[in-house]
Ligand binder design. Structure first.
Ligand code: FES
Length: 141
């Protein structure tokens, strides 16, 4: 059975038509945004972190079908992962999970990899800021 409809695998069309974890998150621990400078498509990823593990992830994406499917798939892939493992998720891994994006659409998965890194970086900066101390152990105000 051919699982492709047009250029996309059925997995892409499923995630595009029924995006998982779509929407803004209230009080996220980290937010990462990535924008494709060529087409202008933008992905914003929100993460909740507990004990160095992503326990919740949601997204808002303004973009093409592949970008929306990649965003949806990315949230499914990273929920439950440690931050360390999530940082290893590549655009290729997202593309493969979507049944291999066609060559002209591989760049759409770049947003996902960049947004993961940005969200984790945002989380780490927030964490450092909330644990900043002056020398001598006095909490920074
Ligand atoms: S065409 Fe812009 S991310 Fe897909």
């Amino acid at each position: 059975m051919n699982e492709r409809s047009g250029p996309f695998h059925a997995i892409v069309m499923d995630h595009f038509a029924h995006p998982r974890n779509m929407g803004e998150m209230e009080n996220p621990d980290g937010i990462g945004e990535a924008r494709n400078p060529v087409c202008g498509d933008t992905m914003r990823l929100f993460i909740k972190v507990e004990a160095a593990r992503i326990v919740k992830a949601t997204f808002l994406t303004f973009g093409c079908a592949a970008a929306i499917a990649a965003s949806s798939m990315t949230t499914e892939m990273i929920i439950g992962m440690t931050l360390e493992d999530a940082l290893k998720v590549t655009r290729q891994a997202v593309s493969v999970a979507l049944g291999d994006l066609p060559p002209t659409k591989v760049h759409c998965s770049v947003l996902a990899e960049a947004a993961i890194k940005a969200a984790i970086s945002g989380y780490q900066k927030k964490l450092v800021a909330s644990h900043s101390f002056f020398p001598g152990g006095r909490e920074k105000r």
